[in-house]
Design a protein around this ligand. Structure first.
Ligand SMILES: NC(=O)c1ccc[n+]([C@@H]2O[C@H](COP(=O)([O-])OP(=O)(O)OC[C@H]3O[C@@H](n4cnc5c(N)ncnc54)[C@H](OP(=O)(O)O)[C@@H]3O)[C@@H](O)[C@H]2O)c1
Length: 405
């Protein structure tokens, strides 16, 4: 259910804004600002934030060229290296969006400010170490203040997290009393931005600290009582279900899905998820494996990492035409009690055009939808669930059941 923004404003008079977009002048930030400009409901009080006032003014002028009313959009200047300014941003609004990455380098002070201020927070990170560190350092504080900290609100991991929720919901009634097995098969075509390249190389260069932080999290995070939840890895193979060659995809997505499964009893007493990349032709699959090994290898050597990173500068990304030619589909096969359902989530340019929609709609959902009560570090399926599926469907992404159980 959508609540009028004025109703919320009346309930929380002390906050000046409903939504603040931090990192608005970056590549994904600009696309997110454009989506907010068209999708924010009437009466929504939102603002652009970033470290450079001139860039913010130029962005506002571009937005106002299409929508003159945005000429007065408020601008907040803050730097991720200056915690006092971030505390002001967090205290000024009900929801903060951050596109300021790599998050391991820039992200924590804003998460801390939001956790302390009881402000809801969404970001685009796909960096597992960052998410685990934020859990260890800020989950408990956010539980105390009521802040919802929702990481990975872009292509990492919204289609996968919500696609699994959609698939589980499409299984026959009673499946929540039985073991459930879901497989996800990702196919995508697109180009990456400078910010994504930098963040990925940063994450690849820190495999040991990432594993250590994951272990530290596992040691303290409670497990769901009386239920079993696993993200599993399977071997490369030809899959009839995917009609493609499938490779294990060790992105953050499987971890996020497993966290949603741990939080949501509807995923049943024994839930298993396997996440794959799917490719039609064997030579492409082999090239993908070799390419991934080479990039992870280069990331281990600082001068080589810097050389690869320089191929795309921060702020740069795919052109409008490249984005228009990009696409993704994620097919899900869910099985329970001998019944099987096949579902699919699909859309246009995964990394940027659709990511900006997913991120902005996640923030609007936190601001205006009636959602289950949650707090602390929470996933998109747990905090936003079917409300976000409805929003994304209205915004043009497709969630469909291809083969009902
Ligand atoms: N997982 C996904 O699905 C997905 C998809 C897209 C992007 N991402 C992630 O999103 C992040 C942004 O990507 P992008 O391509 O948009 O990067 P980008 O173009 O380089 O934008 C980064 C933004 O961060 C700002 N920034 C940098 N240092 C700052 C500081 N000290 N204080 C305040 N702001 C600062 C930049 O400000 P200036 O404009 O002033 O330089 C810019 O607005 C990356 O981490 C990327 O991996 C994830």
């Amino acid at each position: 259910m959508l609540l009028d923004s004025k109703v919320w404003a009346g309930m929380e008079p002390e906050r000046e804004f409903d939504v603040v977009l931090f990192g608005a002048t970056g590549f994904t930030g600009r696309l997110t600002a454009a989506h907010l400009a068209s999708a924010a409901p009437a009466g929504c009080r939102w603002a652009l934030a970033g470290r450079d006032r001139e860039k913010l003014e130029a962005l506002r002028a571009r937005l106002a060229a299409d929508r003159p009313v945005l000429a007065e959009l408020p601008l907040l200047v803050a730097d991720s290296a200056v915690p006092a300014g971030l505390r002001q941003v967090a205290a000024s609004t009900r929801v903060v969006i951050s596109t300021v990455g790599p998050y391991l380098r820039h992200g924590e002070p804003l998460v801390a400010a939001c956790a302390d201020a009881g402000t809801d927070y969404v970001d685009l990170t796909g960096e597992p170490e960052f998410v685990d560190l934020m859990y260890l350092r800020w989950h408990q504080r956010a539980r105390e203040t009521g802040a919802r900290l929702v990481h990975a609100c872009g292509f990492d991991s919204v289609p996968h997290d919500l696609g699994v929720l959609f698939t589980v919901n499409a299984l026959p009634p009673g499946s929540d009393k039985l073991p459930i097995n879901v497989q996800g098969f990702v196919r995508a075509g697109g180009t990456i931005s400078g910010g994504t390249l930098d963040s990925a190389l940063t994450a690849f260069s820190r495999l040991l600290p990432m594993a250590r932080t994951a272990r530290a999290r596992r040691a303290v995070e409670p497990r769901p009582a009386g239920r079993r939840v696993r993200a599993v890895t399977s071997l490369p193979r030809r899959s009839r279900a995917a009609r493609a060659w499938v490779l294990p995809l060790p992105s953050i997505d499987g971890q996020i899905v497993a966290r949603s499964a741990a939080a949501l009893p509807g995923y049943g007493p024994d839930f298993r998820y396997a996440h794959h990349a799917a490719v039609k032709r064997l030579p492409v699959a082999l090239a993908a494996v070799v390419g991934a090994v080479v990039v992870v290898g280069l990331a281990q050597v600082p001068p080589l990492r810097r050389a690869v990173s320089a191929l795309r500068r921060p702020g740069q990304g795919p052109s409008e035409q490249q984005r228009a030619d990009s696409w993704f589909t994620v097919r899900f096969v869910g099985e329970s009690g001998g019944r099987r359902v096949v579902a699919e989530v699909s859309g246009g340019d995964p990394g940027y055009s659709e990511t900006a929609v997913m991120l902005a709609e996640s923030a609007l959902s936190l601001a205006f939808d009636q959602l289950p009560p949650t707090s602390g570090q929470v996933t998109t399926a747990e905090a936003l669930g079917t409300a976000l599926i409805d929003r994304l469907t209205a915004a043009g992404l497709r969630f469909s059941v291809l083969d009902p159980a």
